[in-house]
Design a protein around this ligand. Structure first.
Ligand SMILES: [Fe+2]
Length: 245
């Protein structure tokens, strides 16, 4: 397989499932839902935003030791901003959760769902592979771009309006994380041996699908199994994040 076809195949796999993320969010907010479903989604989303923070903070400490030696200072800066962005997403959504429930949820008491644990297992499975395969993991913020783009347009009441504003901030930041990681992936694709392509495609399929399945679970399954099967078969409007510049 040539490099361009490989990049196209990985991209198509993700953009189809990102169309699925978009549909999950627009379907969920298309009609009134029980408040418990919104709170359940917020609880999981808070976990997703905050549980990565200790690992990212440790990575910054580790990089400090190598700064301007093995670690490039621009990369260090990008990692630091990404850490701050996740904390901001957490704060925005935790504020909304607190205004709905009147209660605080301790960060360390947020819990993953069954599908979130499966997503983490998919990531771990490919964690020890080569740089190109691992770079496929950098496509993951694209699902965040799709879901936040859909969320930016929701309306209904005061909570939905606050959520839409939070989604706009999340959208802009996830788009810049995605664009940066996407560029790294393309560079690696051109530099890597074509024998690595098959495993990278396999990871792309598993990661894109599990991330989408998790998104549907997190919103209490607005898409029925029949619709999920259609999306698996590619019957969906793809979502491709716009170019940053
Ligand atoms: Fe985030």
């Amino acid at each position: 397989m040539d490099t361009l076809s490989f990049i196209r195949q990985v991209e198509d796999t993700f953009t189809c499932y990102w169309g699925g993320h978009f549909e999950v969010v627009t379907t969920f907010f298309a009609r009134p839902r029980p408040r418990e479903q919104l709170i359940a989604w917020l609880d999981l989303q808070l976990y997703k935003e905050i549980h990565v923070v200790p690992g990212k903070a440790q990575a910054l400490i580790d990089m400090y030791e190598k700064l301007d030696d093995e670690a490039e200072r621009g990369e260090y800066e990008a990692e630091a901003y990404e850490l701050a962005d996740e904390i901001q997403h957490y704060r925005l959504l935790a504020d909304i959760r607190e205004s709905i429930t009147g209660k605080k949820l301790k960060a360390t008491e947020t819990r993953p769902t069954a599908e979130q644990l499966k997503l983490e297992a998919v990531r771990r499975k490919y964690d020890t592979e080569g740089p190109l395969v691992r770079a496929v993991g950098g496509f993951s913020p694209g699902g965040g771009v799709a879901f936040a783009a859909a969320g930016s347009m929701i309306g209904g009441g005061p909570i939905e309006r606050q959520l839409a504003e939070a989604f706009k901030i999340i959208y802009r930041q996830e788009l810049s994380h995605y664009s940066y990681k996407r560029l790294l992936f393309e560079r690696l694709a051109w530099d890597s041996d074509a024998t690595e392509y098959d495993l990278a495609i396999q990871y792309a399929r598993e990661l894109a699908r599990q991330h989408f399945v998790l998104r549907n679970e997190s919103f209490s399954y607005p898409l029925a199994p029949e619709r999920v099967a259609e999306i698996d078969a590619g019957k969906v409007t793809p979502y491709a994040p716009p170019r940053l510049y």
